[in-house]
Design a protein around this ligand. Sequence first.
Ligand code: FES
Ligand code: FE2
Length: 423
Amino acid sequence: MLLHDGAASARNTDHTTNTGSAEAMVAPWFAARRPGHTLPQPLYTTRAAFDFDMTAIFGTSWLLVGFTCELPRPGSTLAEMVGPWPILLVHDKSGTIRGFHNSCRHRGSILCKPGQHQAPRLICPYHNWTYDLDGRLLAAPRMPEEFDKSDHGLRPIHVRCVSGLIFVCLADEAPEFDTFAAHLEDYIAPHALETGKLAAQSTLVEYANWKLVMENGRECYHCITRHPELAATFPVAMSRHFEGSNAAQTFADAMVEADLAATPIEGDWWQLARFGLNPGVETLSMDGKPLVKKPMLARDDTHVGSMRLAVDPHSFLHATTDHVFLFNAMPVGPTETHVHAKWIVRGDAVEGEDYDRDALMELWTITNGQDKELAENNQTGVNSPGYTPGPYSPDAEMLAQRFTDWYCDKAAEYLGRTGTAAA
Ligand code: FES
Ligand SMILES: [Fe+2]
């Protein structure tokens, strides 16, 4: 298993996109899609589908890329990859978190390698062009007198921060966000993520198309047999919105009492719910016991289940009484995806005293490793000339189907806008 700390390497080999021809190529594949079934083979295997997905899906969606506690003070920066595209988040002098394309306005070098950094200004490592934290170009040595620095600021991207979560959108015009933000705040604010800290992170390289990774992450059909460790605490038999347990009403009543939002709610690209964990279980861990002595939630009762956020195209998050876990899948190539995992704990929790880092990571590291194998097996089988799209279980794979439905709808919308009919 390839699992390593830190952000993914920026050195990917083929990042060219040729979306004009990609659109023409993918349109018939979308037209051939059978409702209720997995996707036609080329959508999981080809460079054209990858190029299209980057432009039409990742280039137009709100993406959950991290936490404000990763940029704790002015001058903190966080460089991430959105697929093949480098972005840079910056905590500026006024306390605002801004986002930019991580590409110097001189000859295009990245300004920062992926990961967290701290600096009073952004200095390009190539020829020292220097930018203020708000993206303005401050200095460009040896450029002619008439050179206009004000024309060469960093190119911004959309950023929205909600209760400690950071979302970005690379489109010129971002989709509507406020409705989602208002609901998300209701559910996540009690977890006090703004005062949390990043306790651990990992990147897992999966040799599978990003949609296979996400379909796998959206269903628990496989969990009971393939994730025995997760099944000890997670109610793996549940389906849409994780409802269905006998204790669901009791849990819902307890959440009303605790003043915690729990009712499932969704928009077309997001879902929110708080659901009960297995009986007697306090958190998502190997034994159901808290992993961090200092809770994130200021509640006497620690049986508050898990608050689940799912964001299409690429992520989910579980917020429990003592920690928050983020799963974020970034496409790297047609059959390569990097799964970034992050664990947040209370800001004043001390490693070695209040939590053990390895224990904190154990359950999801095991689970993600199991999922890597499942997704890679899936990819190898999908590559077969014998593959034909198969039916989802309407009960057990409802959320995987929801994901591919959303993906196809978003693709059709994009093809419609660009005049490439999927028919
Ligand atoms: S590419 Fe950045 S200063 Fe030259
Ligand atoms: Fe899984």
